[in-house]
Write a protein of this length. Structure first.
Length: 322
């Protein structure tokens, strides 16, 4: 009886609003500490969903840091598999970890990837007083002494942030990637703090994680890993124009529990599309250095499946996995 009454409530809400708004508050899990990219995804998308009426109550954000996103992934698979009111922030780092079997045997097909609506350009960052002025300086220092440059990143060892400098070094003909010092912390906020504090010589991460530090002058971005310079940050050169043909963008999106209905999956895809189409999201992208990147529903799931296969191959080539 209760189930039928609840179903009727949802139906009436859909008929009354025409937008499929939820009758209970949704929750968004950010698999990292406050301040990083996953936290940004939950808070921005959740806020805009409410602001534009895609949901009828503010989205609650829960930070669940641990194991480079693995703790949250395990929690969703084992304890929230049929929670239709749960969304989880994801990114290229998520698919990288899954491609490398870094979530203790868990696999991408244990959840459903619902969509991505922005791409966060990869960046290489140094402290404001660093002697490193560009990628060539950085590569030359590492070639002379691999231990001279330690990187901090928001992903675990072997994760997407770790791969960015390795890809640059690979293009420079440097092959001893295991000699590169990398400190993986939980999220970009912790990573940039390592570099601002002088504990590491560089930070590898995403534009949205460093915008505030760039604007305050605490750090310098020596390269953005995109095809072209990022709107609003035109003074930052790409890796490609510095002679290193590396493009590494971090899509920003969501996954949902696998056990929810196809109808609910499509409903979340629709809400995400509403956010992507909104002026509020366009403003958020511009303010945070994001580039447009919209794939939702089945189209995005297919993209993720292909991405995981590609990352698995690339990881083997880089020697990150066997």
């Amino acid at each position: 009886m209760k189930h039928h009454f609840f179903k009727a409530l949802i139906t009436s809400a859909v008929l009354a609003t025409g937008s499929g708004t939820a009758v209970t508050a949704a929750e968004c899990i950010a698999p990292a500490n406050p301040g990083g990219g996953w936290d940004f995804t939950c808070r921005q998308i959740g806020k805009i969903m409410f602001d534009i009426g895609a949901v009828d109550q503010p989205v609650q954000v829960t930070n669940m840091a641990g194991a480079g996103g693995g703790l949250a992934f395990s929690h969703v698979v084992n304890e929230q598999n049929d929670n239709a009111d749960l969304i989880i922030a994801a990114s290229s780092a998520t698919t990288t970890r899954l491609a490398q079997n870094a979530y203790a045997g868990m696999t991408a097909d244990q959840v459903r990837f619902v969509g991505a609506i922005g791409a966060d350009p990869g960046v290489i960052v140094v402290g404001k007083d660093s002697p490193i002025q560009n990628l060539t300086d950085m590569v030359d220092m590492i070639k002379a002494d691999p231990s001279s440059v330690a990187f901090a990143g928001g992903s675990a060892v072997g994760g997407f942030d770790h791969m960015k400098p390795l890809m640059i070094l690979q293009k420079a003909g440097f092959t001893d990637i295991k000699s590169i010092k990398y400190i993986g912390v939980d999220g970009g906020a912790d990573a940039i703090t390592q570099t601002v504090g002088g504990f590491t010589q560089a930070m590898t991460g995403d534009m949205s994680e460093v915008v505030g530090f760039v604007k305050s002058g605490e750090v310098r971005v020596i390269a953005v890993l995109t095809e072209e310079r990022v709107p609003g940050f035109e003074d930052i050169p790409t890796a490609k124009e510095q002679g290193f043909d590396v493009v590494a963008v971090n899509w920003r999106g969501l996954y949902v529990p696998k056990g929810i209905s196809d109808e609910k999956f499509e409903e979340w895809a629709g809400k995400l599309q509403q956010v992507a189409d909104s002026d509020e999201w366009k403003a958020a992208m511009e303010a945070n250095g994001l580039a447009p990147f919209t794939k939702v529903g089945g189209d995005f799931q297919s993209y993720v499946d292909g991405l995981i296969a590609d990352i698995n191959t690339m990881s083997k080539e880089l020697g990150v996995i066997q």
